[in-house]
Design a protein. Structure first.
Length: 119
């Protein structure tokens, strides 16, 4: 099974988030309708959010939860990033015809005159 472009982006972004000192908590590969969710300690929050915004990502605050670390538990904020989805092709089923064609209109008028239509 090959991964979509969105899933590949999510995996690379998750590894970068982990290298910044935060934790990606979304299961990988990322579902097509899911947002990338990560948790960051409040002490590292500004550094991580600043780096993500420099990469043109806009994390959305979700909640604050406790996080168990080596030196005890700390408060950590949970954020989500909504990755762009692939655009679906929409078939244009409209009928495009030239209704105002002069020759067709003249033919219709000739037929109506033949049938007895009077102006």
């Amino acid at each position: 099974m090959s991964l979509s472009e969105r899933q590949l982006t999510a995996q690379s972004l998750a590894s970068e988030i982990n290298s910044l000192g935060a934790w990606c908590v979304s299961p990988m590969p990322l579902d097509d309708n899911a947002r990338l969710r990560f948790q960051v300690l409040d002490s590292d929050r500004d550094k991580v959010l600043e780096k993500l915004s420099s990469w043109n990502w806009s994390p959305i605050f979700v909640s604050t939860l406790p996080r168990v670390c080596n030196n005890g538990w700390h408060l950590a904020s949970v954020y989500e990033i909504d990755l762009p989805r692939a655009r679906q092709f929409v078939y244009d089923g409209r009928i495009h015809r030239d209704i105002a064609d002069k020759e067709k209109k003249q033919a219709e008028v000739d037929i109506l005159k033949y049938l007895g239509w009077k102006k």
